[in-house]
Design a protein around this ligand. Sequence first.
Ligand SMILES: [Zn+2]
Length: 416
Amino acid sequence: MTAPIRPSRPRQPEEPARQESLRTLNLEMVFRHILAAGQPISRTELATASGLTRPTIGRIVEELLTGQLITEAGLARDGRAGRPRVGLTLSRTGPAGLGLDIRADGLAACVVDLTGNVRHLAFEPSAYTDGDAGAVLAELARMAQTAIDAVSAEYLTVVTATLAVPGPVHAGVVRSAPGLGWCDVDAGGMLRGFTQHLELPITVDNEANLAALGELYASDNTLDSFVYVSGGLGIGAGIVLDGQLMRGARGWSGELGHVTVHPDGKPCPCGSRGCLHTYASLEAILSDDPLPEGTSPDAAIAARAEAGDPGTLVALDVAGTALGVALSDMLNILDIDTVLLGGSFSLLSSWLTANVRTEIDQRVLTAAWAPVTVRPALLGPDAAVIGAALTSIDQIRQHPIAWLAQQPERSDRVRS
Ligand SMILES: [Zn+2]
């Protein structure tokens, strides 16, 4: 007979730690019910859904209201009979999440509230490809301050920030971002240094991963398994399988730009040959044609394609085909049925999609009876910065107790 699995040390019911954890578990469970409701939910409905007593629900709701995590909004009707009751819903004031993104054509900042609504979105065109990480991060710190000031006027407090970067990241250090000229740059540490006065926890993540999370949240659960392909300073892929981002053993999955398309092809900055990057990066599509002053690379490519420039149209054909070849390998292995073209590729999707689809139809074994969807990302070029902001606020949505624990400290700071 198999022995039951027991905790290594039985907990004592009277232990304060247990009481505290029970309080946390109940509070977070009630908050999750309010999150999942999607519409105002009454205290009675919460008691039924959670199995907790009315007095316990009343105490938790009071704590969530005081902490600005929820608000009373309108009336919710319970069941078919009875009088309408006060509904509870997520607050549009209180905690907020900040996202920052380094794009091919500039820098972006975004703030979302607890409901996931974008409350601030700013973009500043720039070209930062000379390897000066300090200049880029100082500029982002300035944009972060502007964003925080803008939303504080709407009674929102930014509690955490996430920075999206075009390359693999480990513990805040960007291992390689050839498009920026960065190698082993401690972006997290540097940005924390520039924003020291804000006392803001900062996480750094790969932009394709964050964009994929942004698309996942924005799809309202209609997307389950997909690959988000990000074109820009490099080519990255955010892979979502069964509703979960697939990061890989060290968090470095999705380096689609360095998948081999032609083994004897052109040399790639990574040291290999014939990578997708050498056919489909913005740099490859632009070839050696200089950009007009102040023009972003993706906008310049789109303008040339619209004007019927033969060289640009051929380069886009080559890029679309190479992208389709590389993606087909991924789809054959992972059984994914949706491809989202994001970042700069969302702007160029009209010229890329047909060739991507042709290659997938020919090369993905199951495509004949289960066609693969190829379409631009819902959030367009803002997917990564919105995904970064949503990832930030998700920390509070998952653990509201962390925000509540800071409240006395915050009010002390305001008073002093
Ligand atoms: Zn490469």
